[in-house]
Design a binder for this molecule. Structure first.
Ligand code: SIN
Ligand code: MN
Length: 305
């Protein structure tokens, strides 16, 4: 992976209410050519180093309350749709995962192209040739939201879709406040560093078949790196790589937990098998083009007019 170098002429994003990131009009050198980027978030050298070492980044309040409200307003309609892309919990029948969202909602189409997602992904992967592999909300309803077993995403991407290399990035934004109580993601720090570990397909535990990591391997990786619970207010974002082992416990709290996720993958690393439905791995390999930074709020204005 190529990296952009640290920039010195930056305005602190923290001053604008986006802690931990920086903003500038970017000119990022890659593969011998200059690419002009719109004014947007750029990760700092320290964040890029953290991502390398830990395998994930937490970006507190990357999206504002007003932006989160725009995103949340779409959810009831999307969850009420009768479509196979809404996958339900095994026990309660509540929506567990709502997929294909950039094709079902203008607001989520915008979110997938948001520069606060696309620009960091381009920076980490060193290319602007990324496609939208998957776009979904993982919900965990109060009291009954079920677990995601220990896994890493590349196991599924490789076994099911024939993705060659573990390059895809998973970018999340919390649609609810996520606490230690309502089923947060838990990462095993540094678990990506040895590359893919052994997995087995679990079709029993939940309604969503998943290639999972066995307890012995989880214990070894967790002893080495420790666990990190990813919590934060609504609007907080996560970025993690394809080999990072993660999972999340059931939601036994009285508070719902919903998290949006877009997976961006280099076009050169696209799927080579097409057995799964499009909503699990999209087949539009055109590069994702970032919109302007205010694109979520203008979506709301457009809807109101
Ligand atoms: C979760 O929503 O808790 C799990 C998400 C993931 O595996 O990416
Ligand atoms: Mn996952």
């Amino acid at each position: 992976m190529r990296r952009a170098s640290a920039e010195s002429d930056v305005t602190s994003r923290a001053e604008e209410g986006y802690p931990g990131s920086s903003t500038r009009t970017g000119r990022h050198l890659e593969a011998g050519r200059a690419v002009d980027y719109p004014r947007t978030v750029r990760l700092t050298a320290a964040q890029l180093a953290d991502f390398d070492a830990q395998g994930f980044l937490v970006l507190p309040a990357l999206f504002s309350r007003a932006e989160v409200e725009v995103l949340r307003a779409e959810v009831p309609v999307l969850f009420a749709e009768d479509t196979p892309a809404n996958i339900r919990e095994k026990v309660s029948g509540e929506v567990r995962t709502a997929m294909g969202l950039h094709l079902r909602s203008d607001v989520y189409a915008r979110l997938c192209r948001h520069p606060r997602f696309v620009e960091p992904a381009r920076q980490i992967l060193g290319t602007d040739q990324l496609y939208i592999q998957q776009a979904k909300i993982n919900a965990k309803v109060a009291f009954s939201g079920e677990a995601w077993q220990w896994h890493y995403d590349f196991a599924t991407h490789h076994a099911e879709d024939g993705v060659p290399e573990p390059l895809a990035l998973n970018l999340h934004v919390f649609l609810d406040d996520v606490t230690e109580h309502n089923g947060p993601l838990v990462f095993i720090r540094g678990s990506h560093r040895g590359g893919p570990v052994r997995t087995a397909l679990d079709t029993e535990t939940t309604s969503y078949a998943l290639w999972t990591v066995d307890n012995e391997t989880v214990a070894r990786l967790a002893r080495a790196g420790g666990l990190q619970t990813a919590t934060g207010v609504a609007g907080t974002a996560l970025i993690f790589g394809d080999c990072l082992v993660h999972g999340s416990p059931p939601n036994m709290s009285p508070w719902d937990r919903s998290i949006f996720s877009v997976i961006l993958n280099p076009i050169a690393n696209a799927q080579t098998r097409f057995a799964r439905p499009d909503y699990k791995h999209h087949r539009d390999f055109r590069p994702v083009a970032p919109l302007d930074d205010g694109c979520l709020l203008t979506a709301r204005a457009g809807a109101a007019s």
